[in-house]
Design a protein around this ligand. Structure first.
Ligand code: ZN
Length: 484
């Protein structure tokens, strides 16, 4: 994140690197114990799961069936192929044809005879940390030495098949089949490939790969991997923005997941409008240089900005909002005691009485380190503020509906600090500079939203990853109108 200056979007990076967290600095004051006469109750927002358990499962049923991702892929690749034999005619004329150049693993010292095309002449370095489809040779090649082992390790083996399914989507678009690879915006092409991948995943959940069904957890963690992938398919503009933002990609995946290949083909009639960020190519290629250091100042900037925003916007929603006091507590300290304690996000508690927000700073630090990024912490805080606003809205909500409304309200604030927002609720001034999003920030929020979403798509506690991302997106794009 950045602190915006008042006049330009050119944005000035705050260098607060000299301000690091004083390990001995207490995060809390005596305010955390609350009123001893209060009755303590959990607001019914779930248990206080540690973040370690929110991070994707290290094992899934797939691990019991296949010894490693390579063995899994040996079955998943024919499954993807069969999926297209079965589904191609639903959306396109003519017959589906097999990939003329096949699917190939690549690694250093690979002596196999590989197809060539799209400036690829077999060098491992051209596919290192990547996977792509080449239309000239009608083949898919993937990095089997670094990318796939690392992805499988981090997200589970299902992600490797999801990447292949995305590349297969490009093969469907290729000249030997539907021949649209160069007819549409590269974002449309990429999002359609994500949509096709979602369609296959839903099929693999319903029918299984060799009879083994992917679990919701396999899907969720694979999705986290997919949104990190930036393939360089032959000939397509080598533009990292070409894949769309993470929530564009999740939405596209969801379209295919819910509707099969038909809505994906529909992108050719009505192209999805991806979130266009005003970032330069160079900025987008940087990992994320603009994270605030994790310190008190980061919390002050974020809570200050949230307060600025809601002080103006809450009255517009007829909310009788009182700015909450925010207290940071260490994990070891007890959560707040208050009459009605609500937990709108992991490590975030809200006490409506007296409007108090309490944040577990150790959990926030883990989120900062593991997602990683400052905007993941911003999203946690935004959910806390959203809860404080939601409580005072004239219309009552509860359960999953309340949680999703919080995501939408958090999205409203996020939309207000988008760098290209020309009409923010609160202008950035010298005295009250607003924070602003930097490249990668939205992805951080999306990654956390996916991780803290309900584990199964059928459970309704805080919303499925799809529902959460969608609610957040509605708020970002449409403001209050998106949250009705
Ligand atoms: Zn792609």
């Amino acid at each position: 994140m950045l602190v915006a200056c008042s006049t330009t979007l050119g944005i000035e990076n705050v260098d607060s690197s000299d301000r690091t967290l004083d390990e001995n600095e207490p995060w809390s004051d005596s305010d955390t114990t609350g009123d001893s006469t209060d009755t303590q109750s959990d607001g019914g927002s779930g248990t206080d799961e540690p973040i370690e358990e929110i991070v994707p499962a290290e094992s899934s049923e797939l691990d019991e069936v296949w010894p490693d991702y390579r063995a899994f892929l040996a079955d998943a690749i024919p499954d993807i192929e069969q999926f297209w034999r079965d589904n191609y005619s639903l959306v396109y004329r003519g017959d589906y044809t097999e990939l003329g150049g096949g699917v190939h693993a690549h690694f250093p010292d690979n002596t196999a005879d590989l197809p060539v095309g799209c400036a690829f002449v077999g060098d491992y370095s051209d596919v290192e940390e990547n996977a792509f489809y080449c239309d000239e040779g009608d083949f898919i090649v993937y990095d089997d030495a670094v990318l796939f082992p690392e992805f499988a390790d981090e997200f589970g083996m299902s992600v490797t098949a999801l990447v292949i399914a995305h590349e297969w989507g490009h093969a469907i678009q290729g000249p030997n089949r539907n021949d649209i690879l160069y007819s549409y915006a590269s974002t449309t092409i990429e999002l359609q490939a994500d949509c096709f991948a979602g369609a296959w995943v839903a099929d693999a959940q319903r029918n299984g790969v060799k009879g083994v069904r992917l679990s919701d957890r396999d899907v969720t963690s694979a999705l986290l991997g997919l949104i990190q992938l930036g393939d360089v398919p032959g000939g397509l503009p080598d533009d990292p923005a070409a894949h769309g933002s993470a929530f564009d990609r999740v939405s596209a995946f969801q379209d295919g997941y819910l509707g099969g290949v038909v809505p994906c083909a529909g992108y050719e009639e009505s192209e999805p409008l991806p979130l266009q960020f005003g970032f330069t190519l160079e900025e987008l290629q940087r990992p994320n240089p603009s994270d605030f250091p994790f310190d008190q100042e980061m919390f002050d900037l974020l809570t200050g900005d949230l307060a600025l925003y809601w002080n103006v916007v809450a009255p517009l929603l007829d909310a009788d909002w009182i700015e909450p006091t925010v207290t940071l507590v260490a994990e070891a300290e007890t959560p707040p005691t208050c009459a009605e304690r609500i937990r709108p996000a992991p490590g975030v508690w809200f006490c409506p009485r007296g409007s108090r927000l309490v944040v577990d700073v150790d959990l926030a630090k883990r989120v900062y380190d593991e997602i990683p990024g400052d905007f993941a912490v911003a999203y946690l805080l935004a959910l806390g503020y959203a809860e404080s606003v939601r409580q005072t809205l004239p219309i009552a909500t509860d359960g999953e509906q309340a949680a999703l409304l919080n995501d939408c309200l958090a999205g409203m604030w996020t939309g207000d600090i988008l760098p290209f927002n020309t009409d923010p609720a609160v202008e950035s001034t010298e005295e009250t500079p607003r924070v602003g999003l930097s490249p990668g920030d939205l992805d951080e929020a999306i990654r956390l939203a996916i991780l803290i979403g309900d584990e199964s798509f059928d459970t309704d506690v805080v919303g499925s990853p799809f529902e959460k991302v969608d609610a957040f997106r509605q708020g970002v794009f449409f403001g209050a109108a998106g949250c009705r």
